[in-house]
Design a protein around this ligand. Structure first.
Ligand code: PAF
Length: 289
């Protein structure tokens, strides 16, 4: 029996100059390009983004960059998992065409002085309240990735739902010619959303973690059935705390703007968003109502 052809590793480039040279030929051929921005430590959630990118474009670029400007001083920048060799194996199997893996100095050279300061969905009292400056770092690095790659489409996971709204708004406001797409959350069998940070969980924390998804599901069902959102949210908050979490927020928001619901407002499409810490690990998740 003939052996299946072995896929070769995608080319890895480290500078914007090399990236643009690598892209020039595809661009000449007018091949649609998709970008999947990541911080590495790739799991099946990321690979589902690459699969969607492959369906939606001719060429797929994946960036791997643990972006220092989106981590606060007391956050996990230095211990964030870095698994480059395993990441490249996964991207080979997934069929990515090019990997952009810059050093921090390439993205933030000496004298770098231009940070974006998003508002709108970046200033609604969710992750922005608990991670001050986080979305400045995200918007800045993603804008740099967009202007470096100039992709036709860019794909992000819905798990970071507030981030997705911030990036969509940033691309629109800066007239960046890229279609930003949110892809479904990939979950473990017990409902825990895949995240590179799940590796931090101890066995007992891991056992408690699915409560976030359970609470999201039960709350979405109750609100859709007409129960008062604040009563439902309070019930969910208590459940998460009694499972051992320190809750940052559990909120029902306008799914597009992430604004708070006002009593006068006709009921918009709702999104439930949760962030909570167990031990040293902060988890986030969300669900449509
Ligand atoms: O979601 C992430 O992994 C990061 O926030 C992103 C979008 C790659 C920017 O650093």
């Amino acid at each position: 029996m003939a052996k299946a052809a072995r896929k070769s590793r995608p080319r890895v480039v480290k500078t914007v100059k090399a990236l643009r040279e690598a892209l020039a030929d595809w661009r000449k051929k007018k091949a649609p390009i998709a970008l999947v921005p990541t911080m590495g430590a790739l799991h099946s959630g990321h690979i589902s983004l690459v699969a969607l990118a492959k369906k939606s474009a001719k060429k797929v670029v994946v960036s791997i960059f643990v972006n220092p400007t989106q981590f606060g001083p007391n956050e996990d920048f230095s211990r964030y998992p870095r698994t480059i060799e395993a990441d490249l194996d996964k991207l080979t199997a997934a069929g990515a065409d090019l990997v952009f893996m810059p050093d921090p100095k390439e993205i933030y050279p000496d004298g770098f002085s231009t940070m974006l300061k998003p508002t709108g969905p970046a200033a609604v009292g969710l992750d922005d309240k608990f991670r001050p400056g986080h979305f400045d770092g995200v918007a800045t690095v993603v804008a740099k990735l967009f202007t470096s790659v100039m992709p036709d489409i860019a794909i992000f996971g819905n798990k970071d739902y507030q981030q997705l709204q911030v990036i969509k708004t940033m691309a629109r406001d800066l007239h960046l010619p890229v279609k930003v797409i949110g892809a479904p959350i990939v979950r473990e069998k017990d409902g825990l959303a895949l995240s590179s940070r799940n590796v931090y969980l101890s066995p007992s924390e891991r056992a408690a973690a699915p409560v976030l998804h359970q609470v999201l599901k039960a709350s979405a069902k109750a609100i859709a059935a007409g129960e008062d959102p604040e009563t439902v949210l309070n019930r969910g908050r208590a459940k998460v705390v009694s499972a051992g979490f320190k809750l940052d927020y559990f909120e029902a928001r306008d799914a597009g703007t992430l604004a708070k619901l006002t009593p006068q407002q006709a009921r918009p499409k709702l999104r439930l968003l949760i962030a909570a810490k167990i031990g040293k690990t902060r988890l986030i998740d969300n669900l449509a109502v």
